[in-house]
Design a protein around this ligand. Structure first.
Ligand SMILES: CSC[C@H]1O[C@@H](n2cnc3c(O)ncnc32)[C@H](O)[C@@H]1O
Ligand SMILES: [Zn+2]
Length: 438
């Protein structure tokens, strides 16, 4: 018998591999934080001697969700400005609140709140785009999850830095600090075409090339953005970024609504990735990303929640369901974004966009053991003909039972193992009281 650390038996394993297998009565073997085998349970019981064996019964193992866009600390602003369109929301509510409250402590505590919510809904890797990224990094390491931290650059002064150059200089220090860290990728997060002038974008382009770093940016969030840029610069935002030399396969364009044929051609030609945030787009009435068309043309589309101030949750199960439904409505095609592809969008496509797919995003031998277990044993999940259908169309985040990152269990029977749930709740209430008082 071979000795391993953990052996998990499950009714279903959905590895989200290239063959899009759905395995029944299989087990997953983990050693040193990596998946060493996926095999029928009968065979696993003979072959492996594990320090820790778990029989999950009627549950499905899937790759941990990869939330490809968000602003984690904004969990602290959940519900602060609802039912508004993007620019009113930003100009009149969010940017003033950020000016009043964002600090090292705010970002640390807000990020921890967000991470706790994400672990409890099955996310093992997330993308963050926020100020004070070093404070976020500390909480990522404490929680044991994985994150790409996109440090922001914006033309106006923020509580973190006064000029675009200062944003970049501070961010590059965090890049240096976490170089080689398996849990963190630190990279560029210029805010949006309408808040970033050419000079910082050119500097970011050159530094990204020199240091082999990725760039994530809000692009084409609304038709208003596109119209405004056409008026101001005579160019569509995507075309401007292409002409500035920013678009390539290390670029993640978030939102991408209001796309015409030329925009789609620019994305295909450059190999840029798209991060779709359907619930934020719906709530802010931003517009629709043509997911079906993009996928048919071979564009990699990942999935993100955006921040909890515009969603208002960080629930990738819900986001997947919304994405699948919305793609059908927008494409006027019920076949658009079928359940398995929605699951891929929420897992492996995010890993591809982040350049992390050799390590995470699917359950395959050699990859890191970043795993989410979903209960399909209760009444609301009966009968199970197709576990993937249930995961995408009929499951809620309270069905997420167990979560592992690097083979370490971060959620055990819905209990957080690395974070103090009650402490986070009481600390968040204290922030709420201070913010409410103004
Ligand atoms: C520089 S990134 C952080 C910056 O972005 C703001 N923000 C949050 N959500 C959105 C969104 O959907 N579109 C544009 N900007 C957004 C956030 O409040 C920070 O100021
Ligand atoms: Zn965003």
């Amino acid at each position: 018998m071979e000795t391993i650390d953990t052996l998990i038996h499950a009714r279903w394993i959905v590895p989200v591999n290239a063959k899009r297998d759905v395995l029944t009565d299989h087990s997953l073997a983990i050693r040193d934080g990596r998946i060493v085998d996926i095999l029928p349970t009968d065979a696993a019981k003979i072959q492996y001697q594990a320090s820790n064996t778990m029989d999950l019964g009627d549950q499905a193992l899937i790759p941990g969700f990869v939330n490809a866009h968000g602003h984690a600390a904004m969990a602290m602003f959940r519900g602060l400005g609802d039912d508004l369109e993007l620019m009113t929301w930003l100009n009149d509510h969010i940017w003033p609140a950020e000016g009043a409250w964002v600090s090292d402590d705010f970002v640390g505590d807000g990020t921890e709140l967000a991470i706790a919510e994400m672990i409890r809904s099955g996310t093992t890797t997330f993308s963050d785009n926020y100020f004070f990224p070093a404070a976020a990094a500390e909480r990522v390491l404490k929680a044991g999850v994985r994150a790409q931290l996109c440090f922001p650059t914006i033309d106006f002064p923020t509580n973190w830095a006064k000029t675009p150059d200062e944003h970049i200089d501070l961010g590059m220090k965090v890049v240096e600090q976490y170089k080689g860290n398996d849990q963190l990728k630190v990279m560029f997060g210029p805010h949006a075409p309408y808040t970033c002038s050419d000079e910082p974008l050119i500097r970011i382009r050159d530094l990204a090339k020199k240091h082999d770093l990725m760039i994530q940016m809000h692009v084409h969030e609304t038709q208003t953005e596109v119209d405004g840029e056409l008026e101001k610069r005579g160019n569509r935002p995507v075309r401007r970024l292409k002409e500035l030399g920013l678009l390539n396969d290390r670029f993640q364009a978030v939102h991408m609504t209001a796309m015409n044929e030329d925009d789609i051609a620019d994305v295909i030609e450059t190999g840029a990735h798209i991060v779709h945030c359907p619930e934020s787009n719906l709530k802010l009435a931003s517009g629709f990303c043509p997911v079906d068309t993009l996928q048919k043309k071979g564009v990699n589309v990942a999935l993100g929640t955006d921040g909890a101030a515009s969603n208002n949750d960080l629930d990738m199960l819900g986001e997947m369901r919304t994405a699948a439904m919305l793609a059908k409505a927008v494409g006027q095609n019920a076949v658009a974004l079928p359940a398995m592809e929605a699951l891929a969008m929420a897992t492996v496509n995010g890993a591809i966009a982040m350049g992390w797919d050799s390590e995470i995003g699917s359950l395959e031998v050699g990859k890191r053991a970043d795993i989410t277990a979903i209960r399909l044993d209760d009444l609301e999940s009966q009968p199970v003909y197709d576990p993937v259908s249930h995961i995408v169309y009929a499951s809620t985040r309270d069905q997420v039972s167990n979560v592992w990152v690097d083979g370490k269990q971060l959620l055990a029977d819905r209990e957080l193992t690395t974070l103090d749930k009650d402490g986070i709740i009481s600390n968040t209430r204290q922030w709420r009281d201070r913010i409410q008082k103004g």
